[in-house]
Design a protein around this ligand. Structure first.
Ligand code: SIN
Length: 512
């Protein structure tokens, strides 16, 4: 086993990881990524853009109120303030890094509307290609930065923990060398993204299986609210895996959800109609589908001929399925989209273990609560990435006793999960732990997870996926109420007092 070393290690090279790395300058930092830089992760898939109160009629206070309201009682007010106050600066920073947000002919930012925002406040780039534009800029900036070392095709498998419980790097698998190695670090930042790939229908890359969350849980870090998984109401229902997204910005432009009779149904479910909070729209779409009426997005009048220029990503996905959204309806269905729970962090991104930090979707910094406000996630990655960097830039890093010793529990092959086992897990999660859950369906999921732990072909990838799936199911079982994205058919009411689910236990899935 070889050992590599860096003062600071960032696991993950999406917007959260790369932006944190850039802000650490001049402090040297290593960023590891399982795929070639810029090709993995969910950031390039972000269509909607980034929310920021930069419009003439907007204020950070209004953005704060929308964020609190969407989160259904579980948003941390201080964290939300930090987030929304950072909006204008985040936009400036990304522009300075080369992101070309869409502007009108006078050079003003064009601001879009998405669900549950009271103002137009989403900045876009090339229509629905904000994620690509931001990633391109960050990748170029990172490649040009001397303080950043990017290590590609290095797969994190677990965290290294010293005898005092502090995190001191990661156990990694070097794909090119075909060997496992210890990566020692004084400070370790998890920027590993989300977990939609645990579900059969998702808008995320299928490799997004929540491994980072499993690493933190196994190390003993506090995990908060893992049951809150956001389902996007309008994934394009073409049978593709992953399911292409039809961005909420389409409804912001006036597109309507209709059933197969052409009836716009959202007014039946919520006074805000097509722009109701995302969890409500997702459950309405599911209800229409289950009732046999089907659900479609009608953007013919709202977008029509402007599709190829204003929504090139959605247009291309539709054309691939031989549907022309300028003249035809788009079939849609809910899909796992974003994880709102995660590794608990304070306002500076510090997890509960010394030496461990988390940023972006893997983190629970307190800004999303039970239901994330649309397009707040890119903003979160930028604002909290900068705060972690502020902490780490000046910090003298402690040597961590024994941190270089690899975790002995990773006694299985360094491979992604076996596709058959993953298919079984994904099916079980989509059946029992999706938009609507109950004690009965959650126990079925836990049974499948227990069966899969007995697999002969256990790999590090499957082991981590199972830990994270179990965290979600256990969190969902423990929350005997319905709130935001978490809906229990056996507990449909919302408790008067909002509470967090907190899990801090060694969960390596083994019986020993
Ligand atoms: C979308 O474009 O609808 C997704 C935006 C988001 O998830 O924040």
């Amino acid at each position: 086993m070889t050992t590599t070393q860096s003062d600071i290690l960032i696991i993950g090279a999406g917007v959260a990881g790369l932006y944190t790395a850039l802000k650490l300058a001049p402090r040297p930092v290593a960023v590891i990524t399982a795929r070639p830089l810029g090709t993995g992760g969910a950031t390039p898939w972000a269509q909607g853009g980034m929310a920021a109160a930069v419009g003439a009629d907007d204020t950070a206070n209004l953005h704060f109120a929308d964020t609190m309201q969407a989160g259904a009682g579980l948003v941390d007010a201080e964290a939300a303030s930090v987030l929304v106050d950072g909006g204008a600066f985040a936009v400036e920073e990304l522009i300075a890094l080369g992101v070309k947000f869409d502007q009108d002919t006078d050079g003003n930012l064009i601001l879009g509307r998405e669900a549950a925002h009271c103002r137009d406040r989403i900045v876009h780039a090339t229509g629905d290609r904000a994620g690509v534009a931001i990633m391109d800029a960050l990748v170029k900036a990172a490649q040009a930065s001397d303080h950043i070392t990017i290590l590609e095709r290095i797969v994190a498998e677990d965290l290294l923990v010293d005898e005092h419980g502090a995190v001191g790097g990661a156990l990694v698998y070097d794909v090119a060398a075909g060997e496992r190695a210890a990566f020692d670090a004084g400070e370790t930042v998890l920027a590993t993204g989300g977990l939609g790939g645990l579900y059969a229908v998702t808008t995320n890359p299928t490799a997004a299986q929540g491994h980072g969350l499993a690493f933190a849980a196994r190390a003993g870090a506090l995990i908060r609210d893992p049951e809150f998984v956001q389902f996007h109401p309008t994934a394009l229902d073409f049978g593709a895996d992953p399911a292409p997204l039809a961005t909420e910005a389409l409804r912001g432009e006036g597109a309507h959800l209709v059933n197969k009779d052409g009836r716009a149904f959202m007014e039946d479910y919520h006074p805000a109609g097509d722009l109701a909070p995302r969890d409500i729209v997702a459950r309405a779409v599911e209800a229409e589908i289950k009732a046999g009426r089907g659900a479609f997005l009608d953007a013919r009048a709202a977008v029509g001929a402007a599709f190829p220029t204003d929504f090139p990503t959605v247009f291309a996905a539709c054309r691939k399925a031989e549907i022309d959204p300028r003249t035809a309806l788009m079939p849609v269905a809910p899909a796992a989209h974003y994880h709102m729970g995660g590794v608990y962090t304070d306002l500076d991104g510090a997890a509960t273990l010394d030496g461990l930090w988390a940023v972006g979707e893997v983190a629970s910094a307190g800004v999303h609560g039970a239901n994330r406000l649309a397009s707040n996630s890119l903003l979160e990655a930028v604002v909290f990435g900068a705060r972690i960097a502020d902490q780490l830039r000046e910090k003298q890093h402690e040597a961590r006793d024994g941190a270089g010793a690899p975790a002995d529990r990773m006694d299985v092959a360094s491979e992604a999960a076996d596709p058959k086992a993953m298919a079984k897990l994904r099916k079980a999660m989509s059946k029992g732990c999706a938009l609507i859950r109950s004690e009965e369906t959650l126990y079925e999921v836990l049974e499948t997870i227990a069966d899969l732990h007995q697999q002969e072909t256990m790999t590090s990838g499957l082991k981590s996926a199972l830990v994270t799936a179990e965290l979600i199911a256990q969190g969902a079982l423990a929350r005997e109420e319905s709130r935001g994205a978490h809906h229990r058919s056996d507990f449909p009411e919302t408790e008067e007092e909002a509470f967090h689910t907190e899990i801090a236990a060694e969960m390596d899935g083994d019986d020993d």
